[in-house]
Design a protein around this ligand. Structure first.
Ligand code: AMP
Length: 422
């Protein structure tokens, strides 16, 4: 067949899927420990949600969304990130009226029309968490601690936590004026790329995110946001840092880290992996005190993060960290000959009713091939059934690790769980 999967998407074959299942199990465990409840929101949403929520000036909305018109002429977008959907659901179900604060998490696919490369896909997966309803610096600390704990639970050790404060709108406005002035200076302006020209108009802070070499050069001399923070912003950022110190989380302040989304206010943070190349950002997040209002909700300060599952998995692989033990099969049934194969369904049925994971050979192959399969499947014991065994009314039970053999009755009614505890 000539039909192939779309560029930038992936198939997960059983071995990889088992790793993902284990990954998700650990994420859920940590989320539960921190008191976060799961929320599942749709993969497609009205385009307007992201245009307003993620922000018109972001690269995501400008050039990376999978947007299409449905049969009713509505503009639909495959979600490029989770936060706007969580906020929409928060408002749609009036969660804020039920409880003053909410801790929510999600796991699922996101879609961005980016140029696929190592660590960058068009359908990728994120888990993320949102803490809605408080602007307390301790909430930021709780969220950062959660992000860090999920990565630790997955086995990662060498990580760098970068934090910054991009301030309140007042600070941003003051900074924007100076930054625009700097960028529009003749010598600087000439060296900036077309995207940065656009950013200078719509959201100048975004130039700090540009990856074009010349722009990086220009931006190196630009005024940074730290000089423009209000006293309240400074106090908030100070308390976040005190909180991080109190739980022993090492961090670095990076005044140039602004993150690629429009809605952030005050704290932004990123967790990077060491030694995996340019796509080393595992997790990004920050405070978004105004997003709920932007989406027509009541004033509701919040903080959140999202982590990229594929990135984390390749970091684990680069560090030789195994996530899942190969699944263990309790019993493999080697059926040798037509009479044995005929009994296979009933035998497997009985084993499963006793609570075992059980499988067998349906192909009527030779003993050697079947034993090879039992080994490959990581079986604990094998039952060998040939014409001899059927005649004797006794099957052979073989322990796979040391090939020790015993006999068990052929009458499956006599089997109990004990029969197979060799
Ligand atoms: P963002 O939602 O852009 O703040 O990204 C949060 C995290 O998602 C990043 O740190 C990456 O780990 C991951 N991520 C973002 N975009 C992609 C992509 N195209 N492919 C794979 N992972 C991604």
């Amino acid at each position: 067949m000539d039909i192939k999967r779309l560029h930038g998407t992936m198939d997960l074959l059983p071995e990889a899927a088992a790793r993902w299942t284990e990954f998700e199990r650990r994420i859920r465990k940590v989320m539960l420990q921190f008191g976060f409840g799961e929320i599942r929101v749709p993969i497609m949403e009205p385009t307007e949600l992201f245009a307003k929520g993620t922000g018109e000036s972001t690269d995501i909305v400008q050039k990376e969304m999978y947007t299409f018109e449905d049969r009713g002429g509505r503009s639909i977008t495959l979600r490029p990130e989770g936060t706007p959907s969580v906020v929409r659901a928060f408002l749609e179900h009036s969660l804020g009226a039920q409880r003053p604060s909410w801790k929510l998490y999600y796991i699922g696919p996101m879609f961005r029309a980016e140029r696929p490369q190592q660590g960058r896909y068009r359908q990728f997966h994120q888990f993320g968490a949102e803490f809605l309803g408080t602007d307390a610096p301790h909430a930021d600390v709780e969220l950062i601690a959660l992000a860090y704990a999920t990565l630790t639970e997955l086995g990662l050790r060498e990580m760098r936590l970068l934090i910054n404060s991009i301030g309140s709108p007042d600070a941003r406005r003051a900074h924007d004026v100076e930054l625009r002035k700097y960028l529009r200076d003749d010598t600087n302006w000439k060296r900036l790329c077309a995207d940065c020209h656009r950013r200078t108009e719509s959201n100048p802070l975004r130039v700090f995110d540009c990856k074009v070499e010349q722009c990086i050069d220009v931006v190196a001399g630009a005024p940074t946001i730290d000089g423009f923070l209000t006293d309240d912003d400074r106090a908030h950022f100070h308390d976040v840092q005190t909180g991080l110190k109190s739980i022993g989380l090492p961090y670095e302040v990076d005044v140039r880290m602004v993150r690629g989304l429009d809605y952030y206010t005050r704290t932004t943070f990123e967790i990077k992996a060491e030694g995996i190349g340019s796509q080393d950002s595992l997790c990004g997040g920050g405070r978004y005190d105004l997003l709920v209002e932007t989406l027509d909700g009541p004033p509701t300060p919040a903080v959140g993060f999202a982590s990229g599952i594929e990135r984390i998995l390749s970091t684990l692989e680069a560090n030789g960290i195994e996530l899942a033990e190969p699944p263990m099969l309790d019993v493999f049934v080697c059926a040798l000959g037509a009479a044995a194969i005929e009994r296979l369904p009933q035998i497997l049925n009985r084993l499963r009713a006793l609570g075992f994971t059980a499988d067998g050979d349906f192909l009527g192959r030779g003993l050697k091939a079947q034993m090879k399969d039992a080994n490959r499947r990581n079986a604990r014991v094998a039952i060998l059934i040939g014409d001899n065994e059927i005649e004797r009314g006794q099957y052979t039970l073989r322990r796979m690790d040391d090939s020790q053999q015993t006999e068990i009755p052929a009458d499956t009614d006599q089997w109990t769980a004990e029969t197979f505890r060799t």
